[in-house]
Structures are given as structure tokens and as C-alpha cells.
Write a protein that binds this ligand. Structure first.
Ligand SMILES: Nc1ncnc2c1ncn2[C@@H]1O[C@H](COP(=O)(O)OP(=O)(O)OP(=O)(O)O)[C@@H](O)[C@H]1O
Ligand SMILES: O=c1ccn([C@@H]2O[C@H](COP(=O)(O)O)[C@@H](O)[C@H]2O)c(=O)[nH]1
Length: 250
């Protein structure tokens, strides 16, 4: 039977999607691959097309990470500032790609950068989202010693998103890192307490605690699977859902 517009009504009204900076690098492992930007824009455009309000947080791991710079001898705070500025560069590139695809987009930075990006203000952000514009939140939380995962959960809570979606290169949360352990077992659902107690490393624990404190559901899924994001919006199951409450075995 052909699908009707009713079939395509989204399961979430407003989402916060965290995009990995590392994913932007594509095959190169460093920098920004325009082909990856275009494919991300296509997927995001599909969500806007079915009426989902989309807030984005972009990581910086394709350019700089404070902890790696510190290991190379740099001061940690300077390294973290470089990492946050890296997310601004990624944000500028992503906005450009989205706008080339005719998706109206705002870029808001936690660090004021007059003339380059708009300074973050959650009330303005909500207004833009209601207006159908995609909003990219860059520069993380604006503070060192945090990550963009924490920034994603923070912004998700501030804009009152229905869910935080972490797009990554693995299929969800496993009992150990699936990149290092090919025999790792994937979970479909977990509680915040499960993730915290077992220190499951897919996201930093500060981010998980924030979601737990504010009862913000979190889903980790693989962005390399074409159409996974749209499938999720239309009620399909992808990745791992982390939420409150006791999960009964199936
Ligand atoms: N228990 C686990 N389940 C799933 N993935 C895990 C687990 N432990 C560690 N990981 C690793 O965490 C990675 C997810 O982090 P990812 O690179 O997407 O985020 P990030 O570091 O926040 O992004 P960025 O590239 O923006 O810095 C996965 O690629 C996986 O290798
Ligand atoms: O709130 C924040 C967010 C990020 N940083 C620094 O930026 C890099 C890149 O972010 P990823 O989450 O690793 O992609 C991060 O390693 C930190 O150095 C920050 O200081 N504060």
C-alpha cells in the first residue's frame, strides 16, 4: 500500500543530534571531507522535510582534542580551547553544506565570535527551531574539561528536545568497545544506571549524568547506515536507547 503523509509523521517533534567530528574526516582521518558533509546534509534535510525541528551539536575530533594536545605537551586549557574552535570550523562547514542544500540554518557559538557566528542564546535558538530552521550549536559548552557529548546533552535539555541522538560509527552501545573487541555484544536498551555502573565508554559519564538528572532519553546509532536517521524518526528501531527506569528482560 502506498505510504500517505500520515504514515510519515515523525515520532519526535524536536531532536538534538550530536554529529561526530571524527566522522567528518571521512577516509582521510583528518580534516573535512565535502562528500561526508553532503551526505549528512541529505539525511538532515529528510528530517526537516517531515517537519522535525533539528538542533545539531558537532564534535571536533577530526581536527583537535584537548586531551591529545596535552599528551603532546600543550597546556590542557589551551588545548581544549583549540578543540572548541575546531568545532566552530566544523560548524561553519556544515552550515555551508546545509545552506547549499537549501536548508535554512543558524550557527550559534558558546564562545562569542562577533562577525563570524551568532552568540548562543537558548531563547533565540528555540525561536529559530520553531521557525523550521536547523540550529547548529558549536564551541561545545564554552568551557574546558568538557566534551561535545556533554554539550549535546546540555543543549538538548535547554532547547527541550524530545531526545538526544548520538550519531557515531558503531551500531550502538556494546558491553565493550566494538572497535577493539569484535566479539562485543550490543544492547538494544539500557538504563542510565547500567551505563554509569559498567562505565560503557561510548559517551562520557558527565553527559550520561546530565541526561539522567533531566530524564532526557538518549539514543546511540550508526550514522554510516544510510537512512537510519529517517527510519528512527518514522518509528523504526536503530542503535541503543538509554533511558530511565528498570528494563525488564524481553
Ligand atoms: N561500550 C561501548 N559501546 C560502543 N562504543 C564504544 C564503547 N566503548 C567505547 N566505544 C567507542 O566510542 C566511540 C564513539 O565515540 P565517537 O568517536 O562517536 O564520539 P566522540 O569522540 O564524541 O566524537 P568526536 O569525533 O566528535 O570527538 C565508538 O567509535 C567506539 O569505538
Ligand atoms: O564543552 C567542551 C567541548 C569540547 N571541548 C574541547 O573540544 C574538543 C573536541 O570535542 P570532542 O567532543 O572531543 O569532539 C574536546 O576534545 C575538548 O578538548 C571542550 O573543551 N569543552
Amino acid at each position: 500500500m502506498p505510504s500517505t503523509s500520515k504514515d510519515r509523521s515523525p515520532r519526535y517533534k524536536r531532536i538534538l543530534l550530536k554529529l561526530s567530528g571524527e566522522a567528518l574526516a571521512g577516509e582521510e582521518g583528518f580534516g573535512i571531507d565535502p562528500a561526508v558533509l553532503d551526505s549528512m546534509s541529505l539525511e538532515i534535510g529528510q528530517l526537516v522535510g517531515i517537519g522535525v525541528q533539528v538542533g545539531l551539536v558537532i564534535g571536533g575530533g577530526n581536527l583537535f582534542r584537548g586531551a591529545a594536545l596535552q599528551a603532546a605537551g600543550l597546556d590542557r586549557v589551551a588545548g581544549d580551547h583549540m578543540g572548541m574552535l575546531a568545532t566552530v570550523m566544523n560548524g561553519l562547514a556544515l552550515r555551508d553544506a546545509l545552506e547549499r542544500s537549501n536548508i535554512r540554518t543558524r550557527l550559534m557559538s558558546a564562545i562569542p565570535m562577533s562577525g563570524v557566528v551568532e552568540h548562543y542564546d537558548h531563547r533565540h535558538a528555540i525561536r529559530y527551531l520553531k521557525n523550521g530552521e536547523v540550529v547548529i550549536f558549536c564551541a561545545g559548552t564554552g568551557n574546558p574539561f568538557f566534551t561535545t557529548d556533554s554539550a549535546a546533552c546540555l543543549r538538548g535539555i535547554e532547547i527541550n528536545a524530545d531526545v538526544v541522538l548520538k550519531a557515531t560509527k558503531v551500531d550502538g552501545v556494546y558491553d565493550s568497545d566494538p572497535v577493539k573487541n569484535p566479539a562485543a555484544i550490543k544492547y538494544d536498551r539500557l538504563t542510565y544506571d547500567d551505563v554509569l555502573a559498567s562505565k560503557l565508554g561510548v559517551m562520557d559519564l558527565t553527559a550520561i549524568c546530565l541526561c539522567q538528572d533531566h530524564n532526557m532519553p538518549l539514543r546511540v546509532f550508526n550514522m554510516n547506515k544510510k537512512g537510519a536517521l529517517l527510519k528512527l524518526m518514522l518509528g523504526g528501531s536503530e542503535g541503543t536507547l538509554v533511558e530511565a527506569g528498570r528494563i525488564e528482560p524481553d
